[in-house]
Write a new protein. Sequence first.
Length: 361
Amino acid sequence: MKYIDEFRDRELILKLSRLVERSVSRDYNFMEVCGGHTAAIQRFGLPSLLPQAVNLISGPGCPVCVTPAGYIDVLIELALNENVTVATFGDLIRVPGSSLSLAEARAGGADVRVVLSASEALAIAESERNRKVVFPAIGFETTAPGTAVTVMKAMAAHTDNFLVMSAHKVMPPAMEALIRGGSRIDGFICPGHVSVITGSHAFEFIPERYGLGCVITGFEPTDILSSVLMLIRQITDGTPQVEIQYRRAVRPEGNRRAQQYMNEVFEPDDAEWRGLGIISRGGLKLRDRYSAHDAFHVFGIALTSDEKETGCICGEILRGMSKPSDCGLFASACTPDNPAGACMVSDEGACNSWYKYHRHE
């Protein structure tokens, strides 16, 4: 298959749906841990093409959603400093902190600017040498290499006023935390974009230690339905393993050059995930040799983990314990225009997707 229309071919989609229907022999809970998959599943109405025995669960696959409130609070405090600019991705500015979002802080005079990349934040730092420019580095293994390359460029150019506040997360430790935390999972639909960087080897511990299958999947309806069928067959055959459905983009070894950039600039660190708590080696921090560009080091930042009680159940949703519709705030006090929780902010958030496609149900 070479063209996108083929991945959305109606007859092929229905054929896959029928194959899944004929293959089920029990109930299955399959978790996707990629916000792109969450959005695609709801956009294409895939649950309606699956038998009731197959339950697709949204996990912590949205980088914005898993960014804790304490991180947002620190960014706001920095942006209110007259000599600091926070240059951030657009969806992060609407994530609620303990009391404010970055967007609300900007309305109150904080210097918060929206950028499309770390390199754009670096360009601001190069043009405004009298200001410290802080780039909130969020995202999984997909975006971490870009941040790493930008930090290397900043160091080479002696752009010392460019600082990174790393909230980069890595997915495999979170998946293990979900399993060990008691989430009801029979198999994982593994992230496609993350796996382009990491390769399939990063997930091999899951079938080896926990006997659960993994299928690395693309983002079209035929991709996702195929992955469901592959997971069911693994369970039926008793052969849990890591399979690559998304072969047009993912190799077992991943992108070695991107991995080299990440390893050069970052090292594993314990990290707080919203809803999941502190995950051992679940994040990335800058290595000591790049400390001049580390906002945590330069400003002496220590994050707090206090979460304000709002009635939002984003944490339960990220753990796969609840659905967005289980929340009393969903589609009433919490909407994309006025989000009460992080899961409603980003297009990749489960609540945002459910709001778009299920709020009238």
